[in-house]
Design a protein around this ligand. Structure first.
Ligand SMILES: Nc1ncnc2c1ncn2[C@@H]1O[C@H](COP(=O)(O)OP(=O)(O)O)[C@@H](O)[C@H]1O
Ligand SMILES: [Mg+2]
Length: 221
């Protein structure tokens, strides 16, 4: 299973989602590889903190850039239960390569910073990649949503906008990844939110709901 997190928009939570998905898969004892395909190398910052804190790295990581990324992923695919690819915040070679080999593409969007042009471009890039990768699916995920009720209307409008497009193999996630301090605090301790938070905390519940939906969508026909 290859899962990539892709959007041109920087700061939308790609690395946070990639790390937290990898941590969750590690907790489930799935053999996981997290590929850092962003030259800014934020995954490395995380794994450095984790090593310094003496927390076991429950998944493998590797940094890979350039035009051979897709080929390398295809050759690594049989060696892991899951490969997660964190891409950079622009229309990069790495992002296109990741789109070409992913089973699931997570496209995070931040409602307070909603950029319909970027969202439409991502939908187009996903559809273009389907010519080479016809079985891939995309999950548009609301990320860093302010828990402020003010934003509910924006989120509902976005749901309507995406549903009206009637997109094939592209779904808007029901669950929402809210903006929670716990994500930043967890990162600064080298942990995922599921390691940092207690089960009754909001960030824990949000992320688990998102992960369950991701698994369900991955396994659906
Ligand atoms: N759900 C969230 N709640 C709070 N802060 C978040 C959340 N997701 C990401 N962040 C913070 O927002 C910033 C950008 O997130 P990051 O995952 O690095 O985005 P990207 O990889 O898309 O550039 C980071 O400081 C990160 O800690
Ligand atoms: Mg990033």
């Amino acid at each position: 299973m290859v899962i990539s997190i892709c959007t041109e928009k920087g700061g939308s939570g790609k690395t946070t989602i990639a790390i937290n998905v990898a941590v969750k898969l590690g907790l489930l004892e799935e053999d996981t590889l997290l590929i850092d395909a962003d030259p800014q190398r934020s995954v490395e910052v995380f794994t450095d903190i984790r090593a310094r804190e003496n927390i076991e790295l429950t998944f493998n990581t590797v940094a890979k850039f350039g035009s051979s990324l897709a080929k390398e992923i295809l050759s690594l695919k049989t060696k892991y239960d899951a490969i997660i690819i964190d891409t950079g915040g622009r229309d990069s070679e790495e992002m296109r390569q990741a789109l070409a080999v992913s089973d699931i593409v997570i496209i995070p969007i931040v409602p307070s910073d909603l950029d319909i042009a970027v969202l439409n471009k991502m939908i187009n890039l996903f559809n273009q990649a389907k010519a080479f990768n016809p079985t891939s699916k995309a999950l548009i995920t609301i990320s860093k949503a302010s828990p402020n009720p003010f934003l509910n209307k924006k989120i509902e409008d976005l749901r309507t906008y995406i549903n009206d497009k009637n997109l094939e193999d592209l779904k808007l996630c029901e669950s929402i990844i809210y903006e929670r301090e716990a994500y930043r605090n967890a990162f600064s301790q080298g942990k995922g939110v599921l390691e940092y938070c207690k089960e009754n905390e909001n960030a824990y519940k949000d992320f688990n709901n998102f992960f369950d939906e991701l698994v369900q969508y991955t396994n659906s026909n």
